[in-house]
Design a protein around this ligand. Sequence first.
Ligand code: ADP
Ligand code: MG
Length: 585
Amino acid sequence: MPNNGTIIKVSGPLVVARGLDGTRIYDMVRVGRYKLFGEVVEIRGEEYFIQVYEETEGLGPGEPVYPTGSAFSVEVGPGLIGAIYDGIQRPLDTINRLHGNYIVRGIEQPPLDRKKKWHFYPLKNIGDDVVPGDVIGYVQESKLVRHMIMVPVNVKGRLSIIEEKDGTIEDIIAIVETDTGTKELTMLQRRPVRNPQKVNKKQQTTVPLVTGQRIIDTFFPITKGGVACIPGPFGSGKTVIQHQLSRWADADIIVYVGCGERGNEMTEVLIDFPVLKDPKTGEPLMERTVLIANTSNMPVAAREASIFTGITIAEYYRDMGYSVALMADSTSRWGEAMREMSGRLEEMPGEEGFPTYLSSRLAGFYERAGNVICLGSDERQGSLSVIGAVSPPGGDFSEPVTQSTLRVVKAFWGLDDRLASQRQFPAINWLASYSLYQDVVDEYAIANIHKDWKAYRVKAMGILQKESELEELVRLVGIDSLSPKDRLLMDVARMIREDFLYQNAYDLRDTYTSLRKQFLMLAVIIGFYDKANELLQSNVELGMILSISSLSDIAQMRFIPEESLGEFDKLETKMMRELVALTSK
Ligand SMILES: Nc1ncnc2c1ncn2[C@@H]1O[C@H](COP(=O)(O)OP(=O)(O)O)[C@@H](O)[C@H]1O
Ligand SMILES: [Mg+2]
């Protein structure tokens, strides 16, 4: 065991100590008389620089620092689902129950219940050879999640014992004879957080992560295993989008990291999620969710911990062969924590005072996403999608956190103050946003939804782009200067904005839209546009076209229930009948 050390300096969340010989970088230590949780983030000669994840007030030079001899790691095993953790994986609900509504410093509360019994079902037999990552059995962790028990990374050999039993996470469920001796396996493992978990192979992402949010799925999609960011000024809807995705995205597992944002936003998740039901299974959404809450009133340094804790838990479920989606709200608060720490470490500052490693640290986080063949001898595929909110001061996207993030993510959902103030939600700026996953999602949607998926999307986006060009002109010379054709386009663009892109997160009928319904909605609008253009050519007046009663049905079509999509046929038939009737007038 490494030596105990002594504090020589305390500067906010940074503690400098000496005498910790044998402790390595990124090892956990316990700091001072309260035994606060800390991590060695730098070693300069004799001096150990410790990032402390708890409030350091009252801590002073001369107090002891205790090494733990191990890297900052999280516990993984049955019991994660439904848990609510702080940044260093302390169970907030248990702590609240035991100590009231605040965290007593230095509290050591195991992240996973040691007493609870799980029924372990083996999937391997005695005599089977196993390698790291192999699934040896499972427990039913929640109604929605079958929790695979995997062989840890350093274990390889032949199973000499494996048995079906009720056991705690610390009970032995299997024994492996390895070259170097006998290894006892339990359902509890520890994973260091700083490095990505090994996988067999990373591969292209090919399947959309359906979010049920029309502007995202149709225009700026993300894939299972993809990376997206949501930059936007305060109040533009970042958190609402993150919540929507956590609710509706068709991932098997959701990990939600609240990082440095106001507590009441987390409360919304904490209160809503336990009661909200998954539309597909009817089960509470918490049955597939892990929450990590590091709110703005919690120690700044723990923001970084919350990000790493979250992604490590997310990787663990990906390794089981699941599609996992991780939300981080907000990565800017993490960036700010890095800046503060770097300042206290007296490092050479980079742009706007952020550390020079800001970019690489953010990239390292997002690069843990992906679509993979999991570790192990069987062919399991898992995916981890990462969606980070970015809150640039003043909504200025040129600042370092946004820019560094843009370099790594492949989908960019840029939120716009102006749209938010017009209550055009989600306030994703359709002219500025992009997704590099569009091609693969097109391919998927053409095969699985409709052959015209891409054609309609391209056409609709073309209309929106043309609208913004025409807006300039209208500002200069007035709407009357536009040709009927262009005025039609302006009206159809408005329909796309108001009847398709606008989506109310709080309306139960509108909050989620399947890909099929998204297509049908767009098809109605494009169908109207094409037919109306034809009519204009045959000299039907635009005013007549815009007065058909079907337009009010179109304005209501987002409320058509998923189980009555046949209504779209009726809507289209009625609309066409009305339009065709105009030619005979
Ligand atoms: N899709 C949406 N539907 C309805 N209201 C929305 C939507 N998105 C955002 N809002 C409104 O905008 C407000 C601010 O959104 P929020 O996500 O908290 O902003 P941010 O996290 O960017 O500061 C919400 O409280 C809500 O009233
Ligand atoms: Mg927010």
